[in-house]
Each structure stands twice: as structure tokens, then as C-alpha cells.
Write a protein that binds this ligand. Structure first.
Ligand SMILES: [Zn+2]
Length: 472
């Protein structure tokens, strides 16, 4: 029965430990969040909100943390089928031996008008991300069929879709490069498609592969096109020592200094990795309002280096985190990413206070939203912000007892503790069940398609690749 003295809202979450990410000491025990028409209406104690609101859907968060959805600021879903594919190669060799053979197949399929491989890879990635508590993702892809955008709409995730742009065939196999004008024609189609996406949940980004793999002219053309079409720009920046040295050799400058000189840097740019930076480069990122997406596990596993994150945070640069490719990090568990980010900064700086647990929690939420230029709309639980929220179960041996809620979330949690996921005010995962698509059917179908397509292209995959088929 409706109670006329209370305002009806779509969802009322009650009795949780609310971490709004509005400050290191802000925790509401027995907290509540009211959600209506896709937005957060109010955050407070359960007794305060129960007196004012009645939820059409009531969620009891007893024993759970209620926090902003995680923001994955940099990943490549096309590589979703490569979990565990390689363990021991440096980046340049890894790209050549592991990554490009798969990319070639996808780009060939794009030219042949076959969208399935990219579609299924994105579907697999969206499912894993949502189940891991990721509510917003920047997915940087190669030549993308428009059908891919429907996956974001259907699964319920919020996405920034980046089209990878490269024109240097010394660095990229020529068959993976689109003709110059086709990049911009495809970008405009994707931009229009994303502008009309369901609930406005998908936004298009230009995504420059890296300074090495593009001519100066192409980078300038991307900047001009971004300006005229109001499109933000993502880029892999200063990921390797190789890139740093190569740009020095070619242009007599650091990668960051070179991009500044040719006019790319701006407040609409987010730079993944940003490892090989001088102090002057860090000052440039701050001066131009460039944000950074840190991918600590990917950087550690392929020994690219440690990004100077503590220094950047101290300068006031917006920093988020990303999983990058699951061919390297192997999952989309951003709780693990938070931990590794903290460990790397501490060991690199030989300083146990180099970065706090709250700072890494902020990087995975509000910092990520700021890095994707949507910090005013996402990333914290505040009235008026879009309702992207997750619930994390504390009732598990590896989470308890709780001595410090923030520390326990950052250092104890794993992504399988996420029980409920709300995106844009809609429940997408409830009690660990994905509501938007049939998870097992979709994963099996995607893996079976990938197995057939890759083996047909001559790639070797193990017989247990499709786990749903093993033993049947
Ligand atoms: Zn990447």
C-alpha cells in the first residue's frame, strides 16, 4: 500500500554501510540511498530516509557496503577471449605475437561486414564487468561494427566507446589499419549511434593508439576533428621505455612534450598508462587538464614500469584505474586493481604512506569518473548524480572482522563479493544474478563463436577453451 505521507521512489536501499566517496571519513552506518528516475535523490541514515521515502523496490543491504559503481577507465573487450593466453613476454613482443594475430581477424571481419566476433567479445566483457561491479567502462576497440553499441544497451552497462586510430604500418600491421578518411567516417557514424543510444548510456571517444603508431599529421587531424565534433580523446601515453626513447629519437622530445607541441593536449584528453613521464611532463598534464588512467596490474605483469601516480595525485591530476586488456591482467576485478595500485606506489617510492586506501578507492570511483570527464555526474553517492551503485557483501570469511571499512574494501574484497549492481537507476545484477541477459548462455555462445572463428583463421587454441563443452 502506498503511504501518502511518503514520496514514492523507484528504489530505496536501506540498512547498508554507505561509503559515498565524498571524503575519507564519510561513512554512514545503517545508511540508505533513495533513487528515482535514474538519479540519486538522497543519501542518509535508514531512519531519515524511511521517514521520507517509500521504494517501489526496497533493497535490504544489511551486512553490505553500498558504494558508487566502479569505473574502468581503460580496457579492450576485443581481447576478452585471451584470458590467460600469455605469461612471459614484454609489451612490444606481446603485441606482435599475441595481440595482433587476433586483431587482424577482427579487422578483416569488419571489412567483410561480419560483426559477430566484436559483438561477442564485447558481450563477454560487459557481462564480466557488470558481475565485477563495474558500472562504467571505457572500451577502446579496433574497427568497430555499429552492432557493438547494442551490446552496451542490452547488457545495461554505461560505456565510453573508443575507436582505436593508427596510421603507422611500421608499428601496426597494415591490414589492421583503416584508410585515413574511413577512420573519421566510421567515427562519425559511431558518434551518431552513441548519441542516440538507449538512456544516453554510450558516448563515443576518439582513441589514438599511441604517439609511436601515428603520424604527426594524423594526431593533428584527430585533434581538429575532436574540436569540430566535440568528441573527447583517449590515448595510450608513455606506456613503455621503448616509446619514450623512440619519440626522443624522432622528435627530440618526451612523448608528452611532443603531444603538447603538436597541439593534442587539452582538458578533453584522458591518457592511459602515463608511466614514462618527467617532472615537466607531469606539470604539462596538470597545466592542460589531461587526466590519467592507471593500469597497475597490466604495467606490472609485462614489466612496463610504475606510473608516478602519487606524484600526479599530489599535483591534483584526475587519476582513474583500468583493467586494460584481460590478455594481460586477465580479469576486470578492480578491487584487485586498487590493491595492486597501492602496493606498487608504496614499493616504488619505498614509502608506506605514498598513497592511502581511500585515495585508491577514489581512483576506482570518483577519480575514474573525473578521468572520463564525467565527475560532475558519476563516481560518488550524492543527490542529483546518476544512480550507478553497487552492493558489496561483507559476510564472508575473507572480509571479516571489519576494523576499518575502507581498508577492508580495498585490501580484502574481491569482485565476487559484489551482489547487486544498479546502473542509471536500474537494477542490472540482483543477488549475483545478471538480469539483462542469460549469463551462462551468452558466455557459452560467445566462446563457441570465438573458438570457431579463431581456429578457422589458423590460431591454436586449447581443447578446453570452451569450458561449457568440456566433459559434455
Ligand atoms: Zn590499452
Amino acid at each position: 500500500m502506498n503511504n501518502p505521507s511518503k514520496k514514492q521512489v523507484d528504489i530505496l536501499i536501506e540498512h547498508g554501510f554507505v561509503i559515498p566517496v565524498t571524503g575519507p571519513d564519510k561513512i554512514i552506518v545503517d545508511g540508505a540511498v533513495a533513487i528515482d528516475q535514474g538519479k540519486i535523490v538522497e543519501v542518509g541514515t535508514s531512519s531519515e530516509l524511511a521517514a521520507k521515502f517509500e521504494g517501489k523496490k526496497q533493497i535490504d543491504a544489511t551486512g553490505k557496503v553500498v558504494m558508487p559503481g566502479l569505473v574502468n577507465g581503460h580496457c579492450h573487450f576485443l581481447q576478452e577471449f585471451m584470458k590467460g593466453a600469455q605469461d612471459d613476454l614484454p609489451l612490444v613482443e606481446w603485441i606482435d605475437k599475441v595481440s595482433f594475430p587476433r586483431i587482424r581477424v577482427a579487422v578483416q571481419d569488419y571489412f567483410d561486414g561480419k560483426p559477430e566476433l566484436q559483438y561477442y567479445a564485447t558481450l563477454h566483457g560487459c557481462i564480466d564487468s557488470l558481475k565485477s561491479g563495474v558500472t562504467t567502462v571505457l572500451n577502446m576497440e579496433w574497427a568497430t561494427p555499429l552492432e557493438t553499441i547494442k551490446v552496451y544497451e542490452d547488457t545495461g552497462i554505461r560505456a565510453m566507446h573508443g575507436l582505436t586510430i593508427t596510421d603507422n604500418d611500421k608499428w601496426t600491421p597494415p591490414e589492421a589499419i583503416l584508410p585515413h578518411d574511413e577512420y573519421f567516417a566510421l567515427a562519425e557514424k559511431l558518434n551518431e549511434r552513441c548519441k542516440n543510444s538507449k538512456d544516453g548510456r554510450v558516448v563515443y571517444w576518439h582513441a589514438i593508439a599511441c604517439p609511436n603508431s601515428n603520424s604527426t599529421q594524423m594526431i593533428k587531424d584527430v585533434r581538429d576533428h575532436a574540436n569540430s565534433h566535440n568528441i573527447p580523446i583517449h590515448i595510450h601515453l608513455a606506456e613503455t621505455n621503448f616509446e619514450f626513447n623512440n619519440i626522443q629519437k624522432l622528435y627530440g622530445n618526451t612523448p608528452t612534450g611532443y603531444l603538447k607541441d603538436i597541439g593534442l593536449l587539452g582538458s578533453d584528453v584522458s591518457a592511459a598508462h602515463s608511466i614514462w613521464l618527467t617532472d615537466d611532463d607531469i606539470d604539462l598534464l596538470k597545466e592542460y587538464g589531461v587526466s590519467v588512467v592507471h593500469n597497475p596490474e597490466c604495467n606490472a605483469k609485462i614489466a612496463s614500469g610504475v606510473a608516478p601516480i602519487a606524484k600526479m595525485l599530489n599535483k591534483g591530476i584526475a587519476v582513474g584505474v583500468g583493467s586494460d586488456s584481460v590478455a594481460v591482467k586477465d580479469n576486470h576485478d578492480l578491487f584487485q586493481t586498487m590493491r595492486v595500485a597501492a602496493y606498487l606506489q608504496r614499493v616504488h617510492n619505498l614509502d608506506s604512506m605514498a598513497i592511502s586506501s581511500y585515495q585508491v578507492l577514489e581512483m576506482a570511483t570518483l577519480g575514474g569518473a573525473k578521468a572520463l570527464k564525467v565527475g560532475d555526474k558519476l563516481g560518488s553517492l550524492e543527490p542529483g548524480k546518476l544512480a550507478d551503485i553497487i552492493l558489496v557483501d561483507l559476510k564472508s570469511s575473507h572480509m571479516r572482522p571489519i576494523n576499518n571499512l575502507i581498508n577492508n574494501i580495498v585490501y580484502c574484497a574481491t569482485s565476487d563479493r559484489v551482489t547487486d549492481v544498479i546502473v542509471n537507476g536500474k537494477l542490472v545484477v540482483e543477488n549475483k544474478k545478471l538480469l539483462t541477459v542469460n549469463e551462462e548462455e551468452a558466455l557459452a555462445e560467445a566462446e563457441e563463436f570465438a573458438y570457431k572463428r579463431y581456429t578457422a583463421a589458423g590460431l591454436n587454441l586449447p581443447p578446453y577453451f570452451c569450458i561449457s563443452k568440456v566433459g559434455m
